[in-house]
Design a protein around this ligand. Structure first.
Ligand code: MG
Ligand code: ZN
Length: 224
């Protein structure tokens, strides 16, 4: 069963990046983190462009992990429930966070989603952000780690064009590497672009289609 929460109008339209708003968000994010820490849960914020493969990656990781530990998923989506439906088929707790065309998740929406599920027994919560590489970076959610998914289908310069997003990330997944040759994109150069921005960051190439790199991503997330 999928539960749904929806942004109310004041939550949608009040998104100018005013200092007070960002401060309020940061405060709520801290509260989310305290709540998660208190339950021994690691929140993982999955960010990336539309079509980068966030939902598929989460689905593959859930399939790998759900029999070993408690996993839940929050799917941020501007309008549809297609992502949440996909994950819910795996019989794990899912909350769809409908932002009603809002272009990012915020800590308030995540706080509301956290109130929808039983936190006891959970070890990981994947939080799929809205497909957007700009403003999600400004809004911490209370997660312990932020993962950016970039796929080779987005071209060679995604990392250089969105440095802010990568600077705030703990892990970068370069997805759809099975298509790199067809797209004429160098995975090594994408990884190098990330390392130039943030030398100590972990970069893992994956193909959700072929199943490569997924064990490494799972191990990395469990070690956080
Ligand atoms: Mg998705
Ligand atoms: Zn936004």
């Amino acid at each position: 069963m999928i539960q749904t929460i929806e942004a109310s109008p004041d939550e949608i339209y009040d998104i100018e990046l005013e200092h007070s708003l960002l401060e309020a968000n940061a405060r709520l994010a801290k509260e989310n983190r305290i709540l998660l820490d208190g339950h021994g849960i690691t929140g993982i914020d999955i960010m990336g462009a539309i079509g980068s493969g966030k939902t598929t990656l989460i689905g593959r990781l859930v399939a790998k992990l759900k029999d070993r530990l408690g996993v839940a998923v929050f799917n941020g989506d501007a309008t549809t429930s297609s992502d949440a439906d996909l994950i819910a088929a795996q019989k794990v707790p899912v909350v769809q966070i409908a932002t009603v065309n809002g272009c990012h998740l915020d800590a308030n929406l995540v706080a509301k989603a956290l109130r929808k599920i039983d936190l006891d027994g959970l070890r990981l919560i994947f939080i799929e952000n809205i497909g957007n590489l700009i403003c999600p970076a400004e809004f911490p959610l209370g997660s312990k780690a932020r993962v950016v998914v970039v796929s080779v289908t987005e071209g060679q310069y995604m990392v250089r064009k969105h440095p802010h997003m990568f600077l705030g990330a703990h892990l970068v997944v370069i997805n759809k590497v099975d298509l790199a040759e067809a797209m004429n994109v160098s995975v090594a150069q994408l990884a190098e672009d990330v390392r130039i921005l943030k030398p100590d960051i972990k970069v893992i190439p994956t193909s959700c289609k072929a199943g490569t790199g997924l064990d490494e991503v799972a191990a990395e997330l469990l070690a956080i």
